[in-house]
Design a binder for this molecule. Structure first.
Ligand SMILES: [Zn+2]
Ligand SMILES: [Zn+2]
Length: 340
């Protein structure tokens, strides 16, 4: 099969012919139809994070396709089922996190396209217990970005604890933020979109944002949100600048919660006095569990949420990575294996 392989951390990917993986007991083989390209894939290939992947490996954690082989003992999925292989490839199933629906925190988890081969390949080996199932009518290219970008924003919104009818600030209207606006509306929230470019704010308006705030001047943005709304009940930070994190604390009303899903390097200043006296919550959020993933896919299946995706070819992965690094990509690039 054809695959994009990371030969060494920091080197360009190589398009190689590699053997199709063979199913082992308890696994399934998926023929890939599409796979989204996430910033995390770039970090994986560059070895940017403290826990490094072992080379060579195949990135990609938004792979979707059909099941073409079942390992022994697999009796609850069918050949031909349309599925996706998310970041959370598998987990131990026994620790206190796995027992309580927090398999995303399992210390023994495997991560697709990082600790185990992923979706930049014509076939993917997967643990059927951790697959997402694609709703009827949701095509592969539209489904792929939901596997990471979709579930990450959807779970982050849940973690903001904003209830229907309350205000949620979505900070950053890029690949994650444009999905977050749609999920938040579908969840009944009032959306205040915050971004530095008016073009992105226009997009947020089109997607249903109730209010938009330009944050080129962060103190003016804070003032506007406090004056008009008395602060937001919660916020989701998808932006990847530390400045955005610091600003978001100022957007919250008392008892507000901010959920963080963006990963800029470094730290941001936290005004301890505000956090304590206003009883603020600052909370990290990492992808979502299997139920979150299924809900995120179902919203997309009902056409309440759609990712702005453009298709490209596996062969162009290095160009896609450099565009991603240069911030030239709006929305999601999805590798379309139908046009390999
Ligand atoms: Zn991702
Ligand atoms: Zn576990």
């Amino acid at each position: 099969m054809k695959a994009a392989v990371v030969p060494q951390l920091g080197s360009p990917l190589e398009i190689r012919e590699v053997p199709v993986p063979e199913v082992t007991p308890g696994t399934v083989l998926i023929r890939t139809h599409a796979c989204g390209v996430c910033h995390t894939d770039l970090h994986a290939a560059n070895g940017d994070w403290p826990l490094k992947p072992t080379v060579p490996f195949i990135p990609g954690h938004e792979g979707v396709g059909e099941i073409v082989a079942l390992g022994s003992g697999v009796d609850f999925v069918k050949l031909g089922s349309r599925v996706g292989v998310p970041w959370l490839h598998t987990a131990c199933g026994r620790c206190e996190f796995c027992q309580t629906g927090w398999e995303t925190l399992c210390a023994r988890q495997q991560c697709t396209g990082y600790t185990i081969n992923g979706g930049f390949a014509e076939y993917i080996l997967a643990d059927p217990n951790y697959l997402g199932f694609l709703p009827d009518g949701l095509d592969y290219v539209s489904a792929a970005p939901i596997l990471c970008a979709g579930v990450t924003t959807y779970k982050g919104l849940k973690e903001s604890e904003v209830r229907p009818g309350e205000w949620c600030a979505i900070v950053g209207i890029g690949g994650l933020g444009h999905l977050a606006v749609q999920y938040a509306k579908a969840m009944g929230m009032k959306v205040c979109a915050v971004a530095r470019s008016n073009e992105k704010l226009d997009l947020a308006k089109k997607l249903g944002a109730d209010m938009v705030v330009n944050s080129r001047d962060t103190s003016l943005a804070i003032q506007e949100v406090q004056d008009k709304l008395g602060g937001v009940h919660g916020a989701l930070v998808t932006a990847v600048t530390n400045e955005a994190f610091g600003m978001t604390i100022g957007l919250l009303r008392r008892k507000g919660t901010m959920a963080l899903v963006g990963l800029p390097p470094g730290d941001f200043p936290t005004p301890i006095f505000d956090v304590v006296l206003k009883r603020l919550t600052i909370r990290g959020s990492i992808v979502g569990n299997r139920k979150d993933l299924q809900e995120a896919l179902d919203f997309a299946g009902e056409k309440k949420v759609a990712s702005h995706a453009k298709t490209d070819k596996l062969e162009n992965i290095n160009q896609i990575f450099s565009d991603l690094e240069a911030g030239k990509i709006n929305g999601r690039i999805v590798l379309d294996f139908a046009n390999l």
